[in-house]
Ligand binder design. Sequence first.
Ligand code: NAD
Length: 304
Amino acid sequence: MTTEIERTPGGAIIMNGAALRDDTVLRLRAEIESMGLGYPTVCLATVLVGDDKPSQIYVRTKHKKAAEAGMTSTHVGLAIDATQAEVEDTVRTLAADPSVHGILVQLPLPAHLDTEAVLDLVPAAKDVDGLTEASMGRLMRGRNGHVPCTPKGVMRLLERYEIPTVGKKAVVIGRSSLVGLPLAVLFARKGVDATVTLAHSRTTDLVEVCRDADIIVGAAGMARLITAAHVKPGATVIDVGVSRTESGIVGDVDFDSVQAVAGAITPMPGGTGPMTIACLLENTLEAARMLGAIPPAPATNKGR
Ligand code: NAD
């Protein structure tokens, strides 16, 4: 990755997720190519139920980036009125297919489907989204397994920009099992060693909670929730939220005001979104390793 650090007009470091994603894709490709011949091509499978446009775009991008990383991918699209049995059969088939290493069921599923029952069918090794009970349990227990992609991407950005975490105060806004909750666990892990506050919709006085933080992560899906008033001068501010407004896609962070006080900030777009895909591909390569389809990771790979 280019060593040149870009800054906002206010002087905050721009945590460029798109550039780090591109770097990650190249690294994964190099790792795959270095294995030589004789191994199966690493394969990501996606399942999408319905025709939600943003979900279709997310899935297409995942396939495009998988190809750039030297992987193959396969996609199963099901009608919006697909039955529980049809969706479960699809996942069962992919779970049993030895040529498929990672399975991603694009969420949310339509309301008539039981998401938990579908996720339960994804084997832990193929659970590249890290959302099944097995993966979440392993994360809690500090055992080897897939970490959910968005929280993992946030940690990768912090590592890349050498943002100190040990002994620092981190506030995560949002407590979903997709983003906020696993991210809080990652911050508290040995080696990361931050002191974490998990804020949510019932948190009173969010400004006061955030003002004390060295790192703030917005994962609430509330447009421009985090303003300069929330941010201690020099703090790192990471935007995960995505809100579709009349003026386009907006993050949880009011970038214009926050960049003037923050020490580092993610752009929106181009911050956490690309890193989610980068980490999905990292997890897919790791899945092939867990399944014994390809050799173990080189010693330099930090894994999770
Ligand atoms: P969710 O709706 O499941 O959870 C939102 C959380 O935010 C809840 O825990 C809620 O308590 C909290 N919250 C809501 N309003 C709040 C407020 N005013 N103050 C404090 N907390 C508040 O959403 P999710 O699946 O966790 O996703 C969160 C956001 O991140 C969404 O906008 C989603 O689109 C986005 N997202 C982005 C990426 C990415 O790659 N950048 C990936 C996944 C999700």
